[in-house]
Design a protein around this ligand. Sequence first.
Ligand SMILES: [Zn+2]
Length: 503
Amino acid sequence: MALYEQYPVHISNSLTGKKEKFEPIHPGQVGMYVCGPTVYNKVHLGNVRTFLTFDVISRYFRYLGYKVRYVRNITDVGHLESDADEGEDKIEKRARLEELEPMEIVKQYTEDFHEVMRQFNILPPSIEPSATGHIVEQIDIIQRLVQKGLAYVVNGSVYFDVKKYNQSWPYGILSGRKIEELMESGRELDSQDEKREKIDFALWKKASASHIMRWPSPWGEGFPGWHIECTVMSTKYLGETFDIHGGGMDLKFPHHECEIAQATGANGKAPVHYWVHSNMLTVNGQKMSKSLGNSFLPQELFSGNHSLLQKGYSPCTVRFFMLQSHYSSTLDFSNEALLAAEKGYRKLGQALKTVKSLEPSVNAKKIRQERTEELQKLVDDCFLNMGDDFNSAKTLAVLFEMSARINDFKSGNISVDEVDPQTFVLFKNTFIGFMEEVLGLVEEVSQDEKLLDNVLHVLIDLRKKAREDRNYALSDKIRDDLKKLGVQLMDGKDGEMSYVIES
Ligand SMILES: [Zn+2]
């Protein structure tokens, strides 16, 4: 039996507002699309949280034995600066500031993005399509929308007719916004506007004479609107209806609402079964933003070179910190919280190192049923919590319980002989699997820890020597003084000594 049959997954679906049991369209397979970065700037930490969320979701599906096709795009046609299809193209603006070709900007920031993903141990998606590589398909779907009367052409630009669409399908189904309210709120259309209604949105924009990124189309030279690329790339690689669509909360409206309208209008059916949105990052209780001076670049975090940080933190510490809260909650970022995370992560990292050295019992005579059951329950709890809407916070709490047992095995508080070997192996493999494969938390040894390990081994050797010389006063002093510092020395059966750091 595949793990996914044993441990079902429940997802909070933004579309229905309910937690639902995940039922894939194709048994044993998961198709997931996530809106990727617009590559005109360095990735900031808020983006990292979104991509980390979906990294862990795709990792967990794989761990359960699903075949996962994870599509995450690169937006390399600049979105216009405002949601109202106005303003400058973000990539062109950046290109002008840096005196580069738009495609140089795209290459530079795509590479930067990949490097940051690698640093945070965020795995690459199965397919990473780019908007500029799918202009033909975008033109094709826009043509179909025009033919169906759901889009109109004005002066070389094409707009989606929201009111017309709303006659057949409900617009606002994802965000809960009402079309009447949307039509009343905000700025009035002026005579310059090409749109019929202000809720309409651009599918294709005519390129002005100075616009660099441009492609020929049936409506003249221009470039695609903000939302159409995701509709095209998701349905091209995952089908007209697919399992999961993810992205940051800020994309729910208008971006994802427009994606639903475009795909439903063109294909006559809703594109996505489960919509998943990850929440924002705040800093000391405030929204993270460049203008407030509290946004972080990953490099600033690693080096500690930022006014809000006392020191630098490793990528896995930050990863662990983010996974300590559920993806749908806001997450507050502070130096204090990172310090606490660093300490917590170190404990888990040590348990990971320890568990790899533990072997199951070869003596099945002393097996205690309740001990075996306790370990089996911890294993089940990992899956139950992760299967409960990917609750990494609760899963980490279980891993901490497991790490306490691991230390008990190491210190001899519990003997491995008490546990059925099969359950022991399952326990060991589950701890390693959830740490490394599901949560992507790998062993990370800092310079300080390496030094500490070496110093402790010097002390262990001195203690051994003291015992050989029958200087028990000294050997006890070494043991007791270390104990006071929270380091427990253990005498192994074969005369080898090891240590556990308790704090
Ligand atoms: Zn998108």
